[in-house]
Write a protein that binds this ligand. Structure first.
Ligand code: ZN
Ligand code: ZN
Length: 512
C-alpha cells in the first residue's frame, strides 16, 4: 500500500472527519524542501477523500512571525525591520502588499500549478481579527504552568517573570514587548529593543503574538487540526512538538494531531535546503524547468522519511525519464522494473488534476535537451522528432510544455557538457588531411544506411576502423564540423536529429 494510504487508514480508524494542517513562515523564498510538507499532507488528504472521508486541507502562512535577521538575500537596510511582523515590513521588490506576500504569492501560485488548493489562512489576519484572543487569555492565565513545561521539557531556563506573549511595541512596531503586569484584559509591557513602556487591551486583535511553542498548539484547537506533518527539526527531543503536545493537552484541553515527521531535501552537492542560508531552489523556479506532474512524482515516489537528493543537473533529466517510465508501466506499455513500487498509486497521486487517458509518446527529456538546441523554434523541434516518431495533438501539447521548461533549464541550470551551439552555416575551421579522408569514407558509408541513431553510431566506428583512423579523432571531427568544438552530445542521436540531408550537405562542404 502507498504511504499516503497507510496514513489515511490510520486516520480513518480515529475519526470520520479530518483537518490536515500545513504551515510555512514566508521569511524567504519558499523552496522545494518546504514543498515536501505541503505535498506530503496533500497526498494524505487525497487518500482520505478517495476513501470517502470528509477532510479539509488548510495552509497557514505565518505572516505575523517576526523577521529574525537580515538574510543574505536582503539589503542591509532591512536591519531596521528585524523583529517586526513579516506582514508589516515592506516587500523587497515593491510590487507586493508586504514582505510576507512577496514570498507567499509565488508559492501559492506554484501550489495551484501542481494542483494543490488548500484553504489559506494568514496569521496576521487571524491575530488581527481576534481569532487567537481566547487562546491568548488561556495562555496568560496559565503562564506559570506553560513556563514550567518549557523549563522541564525543553530544558529552558525561563525566569519567573516570563509571560507567553510577545507584545507588539507601540513605538517601534517590533514584537519585543515583555509583559510586566497582567490583569485580564489589560497588560503593561516594556519593549526590550527600544525601551518604550506602554499598555495593551487584550480584547483587541493584533496587539501581540503567542510565541511559536504556544502558537502551534493554540491553532490546533482553533482549527480542530487532526493531522500535521513537520520537519525533523521540530521533532527532536525537547522540540516544539514535545512541548506542543503537552501544552495542547494540559493548557488547551485538546488532543494533539497525529504527527508525521518528514526528512529534509538536499540540494545535490550543497546540503540540506534552507531558505535562510541560500542553499535552496524556490518552488516556482523548479516549476520553470520541470513539468508539475514530475515535481509531484518526486514526493509521491519516496516515503516522507526518505532522504531526497534534488539535482538540478543531469539528475533532473533522469527524474523526468523515470516519471515517463512509470507512465508507460501504468498504461501497460512496459513492464515494471525491480525497485518500482506502488506504480499505480504513485502515478495517480503525481497528477496535478485528472489522470491522463493514455501515455504520451514523447522523446526522453535528455534527447529533448539535444533536439531543443538544434531546432530554432518549437515547430522545428516537432518536425525533427516527427522524422522518427509519430506525434499526435495530445503528444504535441505535452511536448510544448516540456519544451518551454527544458529551454529554461538549458539556459539556467544545464551542465556545460550538454550544451552546444549548432552552426547552421559551415563553420570557419580547418581540417587535417586525415580528417578529410575519414569524412569522405564516412559519406560513402552513410549513403547506404538507414538514418537511425544506432546505425549512425556504429557506422562512424566502422569507418574509422576501416581507414585506421582513431575513433576519438573521428568523433571530434564530427563535432568540429557542426559545433566548431571537439565535444558534443551523443553522436548517433545528434546526427539523426540533424537529419540526413543536413549532415550529408555539411560533410560535402568539407570534402569537395
Ligand atoms: Zn515583492
Ligand atoms: Zn519598541
Amino acid at each position: 500500500m502507498h504511504w499516503a494510504d497507510v496514513v489515511a487508514e490510520k486516520l480513518a480508524e480515529k475519526a470520520r472527519e479530518h483537518v490536515l494542517a500545513t504551515a510555512i513562515t514566508p521569511s524567504g523564498p519558499i523552496h522545494v524542501g518546504n514543498l515536501r510538507e505541503v505535498m506530503t499532507t496533500e497526498a494524505i488528504y487525497r487518500a482520505l477523500k478517495d476513501r470517502g472521508m470528509k477532510a479539509k486541507l488548510i495552509y497557514i502562512g505565518d505572516t505575523f512571525d517576526p523577521l529574525r535577521k537580515v538574510y543574505p538575500f536582503l539589503p542591509e537596510s532591512y536591519k531596521e525591520h528585524v523583529g517586526k511582523p513579516l506582514a508589516e515590513i515592506p516587500c523587497p521588490c515593491s510590487e507586493h502588499e508586504n514582505y510576507a506576500m512577496h514570498f507567499l504569492e509565488p508559492f501559492l501560485a506554484s501550489l495551484k500549478e501542481i494542483g494543490v488548493e488548500p484553504e489559506v489562512h494568514l496569521a496576521h489576519e487571524m491575530y488581527g481579527k481576534g481569532i487567537y484572543n481566547e487562546a491568548i487569555r488561556v495562555a496568560l492565565d496559565n503562564a506559570e504552568k506553560i513556563r514550567d513545561i518549557m523549563n522541564d521539557v525543553a530544558n529552558r531556563n525561563l525566569p519567573a517573570t516570563w509571560m507567553p506573549f510577545n507584545v507588539k511595541c507601540d513605538a517601534c512596531g517590533r514584537l519585543d514587548g515583555e509583559i510586566r503586569e497582567y490583569e485580564y484584559p489589560y497588560a503593561s509591557y516594556k519593549c526590550k529593543t527600544c525601551g518604550h513602556e506602554g499598555s495593551i487591551d487584550l480584547r483587541k486583535g493584533g496587539v501581540g503574538k503567542l510565541p511559536w511553542r504556544v502558537d502551534w498548539p493554540a491553532r490546533w484547537k482553533i482549527f480542530g487540526v487532526t493531522f500535521e506533518a513537520f520537519g525533523k527539526d521540530h521533532a527532536a527531543a525537547g522540540s516544539s512538538w514535545d512541548t506542543g503536545k503537552i501544552i495542547a493537552k494540559e493548557i488547551y484541553g485538546y488532543d494533539p494531531p497525529m504527527p508525521l515527521v518528514y526528512e529534509f531535501i538536499h540540494l545535490k552537492g550543497k546540503g540540506a535546503m534552507h531558505g535562510s542560508t541560500g542553499v535552496a531552489v524556490a518552488a516556482e523556479e523548479v516549476l520553470k524547468m520541470l513539468p508539475p506532474e514530475v515535481l509531484r512524482f518526486l514526493f509521491m515516489k519516496y516515503e516522507p522519511n526518505r532522504h531526497i537528493e534534488f539535482d538540478t543537473g543531469f539528475g533532473l533529466l533522469d527524474l523526468v525519464d523515470e516519471y515517463d517510465k512509470y507512465e508507460r508501466v501504468y498504461f501497460g506499455i512496459e513492464e515494471a522494473e525491480a525497485g518500482m513500487k506502488d506504480v499505480r498509486r504513485v502515478y495517480e497521486l503525481s497528477q496535478p488534476h485528472t489522470t491522463p487517458k493514455r501515455a504520451a509518446n514523447l522523446p526522453s527529456y535528455r534527447h529533448l535537451a539535444v533536439v531543443a538546441q538544434i531546432g530554432r523554434s518549437f515547430e522545428e523541434v516537432v518536425a525533427i522528432l516527427q522524422r522518427k516518431q509519430k506525434l499526435d495533438e495530445y503528444d504535441i501539447e505535452r511536448l510544448r510544455q516540456r519544451y518551454e521548461k527544458i529551454l529554461y533549464w538549458l539556459d539556467k541550470y544545464a551542465p556545460e557538457a550538454i550544451k552546444f551551439k549548432l552552426h547552421y552555416e559551415k563553420p570557419d575551421i580547418e581540417l587535417s588531411e586525415g580528417e578529410k579522408k575519414f569524412l569522405k569514407e564516412l559519406l560513402r558509408n552513410f549513403h547506404a544506411i538507414e538514418w537511425d541513431a544506432e546505425k549512425i553510431h556504429s557506422t562512424i566506428h566502422e569507418t574509422a576502423k576501416q581507414i585506421n583512423f582513431p575513433a576519438k579523432k573521428a568523433f571530434e571531427c564530427i563535432y568540429k564540423i557542426f559545433l566548431a568544438k571537439k565535444q558534443g552530445p551523443r553522436a548517433g542521436y545528434f546526427l539523426q536529429s540533424l537529419g540526413k540531408d543536413f549532415v550529408v550537405k555539411r560533410i560535402k562542404e568539407f570534402v569537395e
